[in-house]
Design a protein around this ligand. Structure first.
Ligand SMILES: CCCC/C=C/CC(=O)SCCNC(=O)CCNC(=O)[C@H](O)C(C)(C)COP(=O)(O)OP(=O)(O)OC[C@H]1O[C@@H](n2cnc3c(N)ncnc32)[C@H](O)[C@@H]1OP(=O)(O)O
Length: 288
């Protein structure tokens, strides 16, 4: 089976699987966690994460995001810019309350599958993707950014994969996403130290592609990126991108349930719960 068919078939299967669980209802009255608008000048879709105050990534946000990605795929959009509607934060990573204290196993399983689904749809999207990192992007926030093809960031924010200091081990598909952007040695240093880089450091090592001072500049730099594909047939571009990314995606698609079980086992270890707990407490105490 070719890769595009594998992606479509798996998406259909997992959607059915994911829809069969208990965590389905999104109230129609609930506020949207993901907003979509279209830049009328360029025809590019702007997708804004909107889970106040810090865009921590919950099961509900992942589900909504995946729905948006499906819509953009079927509309065959010219490109997508992913940004945040929250002040100073692109995304604060996985919602820690999904991990601590002692998550409900069924909910956690669904949460993790939707996180995988988000990555599969974003990393494997047919259309060009830009992350406009308009705030801090630790952990899962950084995962969203490195799943895009191009990264543009405002000054003075932090980005990186700080899982290890929080007692969490990044799964191989996250590690490999980072290695698709940075050389293996640099990726290992960042992951094992869990150090968050400021915008300039991130630019210097190639984790981000451009530094901009405001949204207007970000839109202009994004347009420069999107226009590099204007003379490339859409289908050829999409299949070429997916050809480059297919090994990692196929590997995860074949191993989704096991990947979820492994992560849950790690999260439920008493020592992991203890580290996450004291980290979460220190986050709360910072403001006291
Ligand atoms: C790589 C994928 C592999 C899988 C594992 C992933 C693990 C994770 O993603 S764990 C999450 C890791 N995230 C972080 O370490 C970031 C933690 N947050 C911060 O450092 C800061 O909040 C911020 C720099 C992002 C923003 O700082 P700011 O001063 O603007 O806001 P705060 O007052 O700190 O936060 C407001 C409010 O939100 C709570 N909060 C922040 N982050 C999270 C989160 N990830 N999950 C749940 N809740 C979070 C924070 O405690 C505050 O709550 P209160 O208002 O109740 O004090």
């Amino acid at each position: 089976m070719n890769f595009s068919r594998l992606l479509k078939t798996t998406s259909a299967l997992t959607s059915r699987w994911l829809c069969s669980g208990r965590f389905q209802s999104t109230s129609a009255a609930a506020q949207k966690l993901v907003d979509v608008s279209v830049d009328s000048k360029t025809g590019v879709s702007i997708v804004s994460l909107n889970r106040k105050p810090v865009n921590s990534l919950s099961l509900e946000l992942f589900k909504e995001f995946c729905g948006v990605m499906d819509d953009l795929e079927s509309e065959k959009v010219r490109g997508m810019i992913l940004k945040s509607s929250c002040d100073n934060v692109f995304s604060s990573g996985l919602d820690i309350t999904e991990l601590y204290p002692h998550p409900d196993e069924d909910r956690f399983h669904a949460f993790w599958l939707w996180f995988q689904e988000t990555w599969i749809k974003l990393y494997g999207s047919s259309f060009p993707t830009v992350a406009f990192i308009n705030g801090h992007a630790p952990a899962g926030g950084c995962v969203l950014a490195i799943s895009c093809e191009y990264r543009i960031m405002l000054p003075y924010y932090k980005i990186g994969l700080n899982e290890a200091p929080v007692g969490i081990v990044a799964p191989d598909w996250v590690v490999n996403s980072l290695k698709s952007v940075l050389a293996s040695r640099k990726a290992e240093q960042l992951l094992t130290s869990g150090r968050l880089l400021d915008t300039q450091e991130a630019f210097d090592i190639g984790l981000i592609d451009k530094i901009v001072n405001n949204e207007e500049e970000a839109l202009a730099r994004s347009e420069e990126f999107f226009s590099t594909f204007d003379n490339v047939p859409k289908l050829a571009r999409a299949l070429t991108k997916q050809q480059v990314r297919k090994n990692e995606i196929s590997k995860l698609i074949k191993n989704r349930s096991n990947d979820a079980k492994l992560f849950l086992n790690h999260i439920l270890r008493p020592e992991t719960q203890k580290i996450i707990g004291s980290y979460f407490k220190s986050l709360k105490d910072r403001k006291k």
